[in-house]
Design a protein around this ligand. Structure first.
Ligand code: SAH
Ligand code: SF4
Ligand code: F3S
Length: 466
């Protein structure tokens, strides 16, 4: 059993609420804010918490960073390019600050939580006014108050890796679709991955807190919830509050659609498959990152399953949940990956038949085990591999889409189609985008659609009467 999480105390949260009031009444309180978010859904949801706190301090949301008095970059560092993009954009704001000296620039999120980042920000990025990490996001009000009162830069990074802050204000981006974090952090230490270092130890929220949040969302008219965690399958950390049990309870609430991510294949249990098979509301889609199709590489990655284990689980899942769609994450050019090992990943894609996949070139991350491994693959070879892998994934996607021709899908409409006037698009339960004739009135509704044509990027269909 894992160490129980440490909850941020009600007193500490009350102190933040008081700081929020003080910032709102402060003569130098920024009038508007803009948040730029990088990285995964976890970060997107953190930005909803930041927005909740900033709105609570009376700031209005600006549609563009140029129009804001306070800009926050919520960063990611999972790969080098994510980090460089964030830093490049922050540096761009340095120019804006020359025109607008009152502009406050803040950085937070995973990149900031890396070792030695605080020193780097203090020395090299002198135009950044405020920096905080993933573990003290809830302290934004008091950090901002310090900045306004004392007029010097505030860099505050906590190393409390086991904390949970409940009941933070939230400004959700969307009314019909909502994220719910069920657990924070990760203890898996896949050898290439920096997430456990910047998101802290794996810790789960109390089931009652999650159920209460879901009930509130249902009352507010939500159509779909997405449960978030780096490895949702190990929710509960060995207590009686398990992920399958949580899903069972959520399914009974009657929220039209339930999704979750991410599932680590090693922890995909029979019990979970059983819940998925017998639920009313869990979508028939699973994101199941495999990373590689080769057993030696999987061992070096510290993934703790083999290609055969993975395929067995996929088979079980498909037998229990007919028509389930699968998606995955894949990495090419892990240190020492041979051509034959890379080909194993391509053959696995063909064998599983994914609806879609995110493909990445391995990026060394300081402090991870793989960063010290030998056998770096040259860039041009990595480009060749990823190009080939993308073509394999596209062929797989095309096949999956073809198989849906003539079927009926329930589509949750997300918005007007950007490319086709008079059309709307949304996701079917299998998480594939479907486009059909409609108007703004359809947004946020679940509509039955008959699939009439299939391309690699999207399915098209016609609304069916019910
Ligand atoms: N917890 C999730 C997601 C983690 S990050 C999971 O375990 O699946 C999302 C994806 O980024 C990973 O699945 C992996 O494919 C990719 N990734 C992580 N670290 C990487 C690195 N150093 N280089 C390239 N891709 C990486
Ligand atoms: Fe990273 Fe592995 Fe944890 Fe996912 S499970 S966040 S890839 S260490
Ligand atoms: Fe997510 Fe990037 Fe952090 S993928 S957890 S925002 S490092």
């Amino acid at each position: 059993m894992k160490q129980p999480p440490v909850y941020v105390t009600p007193e500490a949260l009350a102190a933040q609420a008081t700081a929020m009031e003080a910032v709102a009444a402060h003569p130098k309180c920024p009038g508007s804010y803009h948040i730029v978010t990088y990285g995964c859904q976890m970060n997107a949801h953190d930005s909803e918490k930041l927005a909740g706190m900033l709105s609570g301090m009376g700031m209005a949301e600006a549609d563009d960073r140029r129009n804001a008095d306070f800009v926050i970059f919520n960063t990611c560092c999972v790969r080098d390019n994510a980090e460089r993009r964030a830093l490049g954009n922050v540096t761009w704001l340095k120019e804006l600050k020359k025109e607008k000296p009152h502009l406050i620039i803040a950085v937070c999120g995973c990149m900031v939580q890396q070792p030695e980042m605080a020193e780097k920000i203090l020395k090299q990025y002198r135009f950044i006014d405020l920096a905080f990490g993933t573990h003290n996001l809830h302290e934004l009000p008091s950090l901002l108050l310090n900045l306004l009162n004392e007029n010097h830069r505030v860099v505050s990074i906590s190393h409390e890796e086991n904390q949970i802050a409940e009941n933070l204000p939230l400004k959700r981006l969307c009314k019909h679709h909502a994220y719910i974090t069920i657990m924070y952090g990760c203890d898996n230490f896949c050898s290439y991955c920096i997430v456990p270092y910047v998101r802290g130890r794996e810790r789960s929220r109390r089931m009652d807190d999650i159920l209460r949040e879901a009930e509130g969302l249902l009352e507010g008219g939500v159509q779909e919830i997405m449960l978030l965690g780096q490895n949702v399958n190990s929710y509960g950390g060995g207590t009686s509050e398990t992920f399958p049990e949580l899903l069972r309870r959520l399914d009974q609430l009657g929220i039209p659609r339930i999704r979750f991510m991410t599932s680590h294949p090693k922890d995909l249990s029979d019990d979970l498959i059983d819940v998925m098979a017998n639920s009313k509301h869990i979508c028939n889609h699973l994101h199941l990152p495999v990373q590689s199709g080769n057993n030696e590489i999987l061992a070096l990655m510290n993934r703790r399953y083999t290609r055969e284990d993975y395929l067995r689980k996929v088979e079980k899942l498909r037998a229990a949940v007919p028509g389930i769609g699968l998606s995955t994450d894949l990495i090419v050019s892990f240190p020492g990956e041979t051509e034959a090992q890379f080909e194993d990943t391509c053959s696995l894609v063909r064998e599983v038949g994914y609806d879609s996949a995110f493909t990445f070139i391995y990026s060394p991350r300081i402090g991870t085990k793989a960063a010290a491994m030998e056998g770096r693959i040259p860039d041009d070879e990595s480009t060749r591999r990823i190009t080939k892998l993308i073509a394999e994934v596209e062929a797989s996607t095309a096949k999956a889409h073809q198989s849906m021709l003539g079927t009926d899908e329930m589509v949750l409409v997300e918005g007007l189609s950007k490319r086709d006037p008079g059309m709307v698009s949304g996701k079917g339960t299998r998480n594939i985008t479907v486009t059909f004739k409609g108007s703004a009135e359809d947004i946020g509704k679940i509509i039955p659609v008959h699939i009439t044509s299939a391309a690699v990027n999207t399915l098209r269909g016609e609304r069916t009467e019910r």
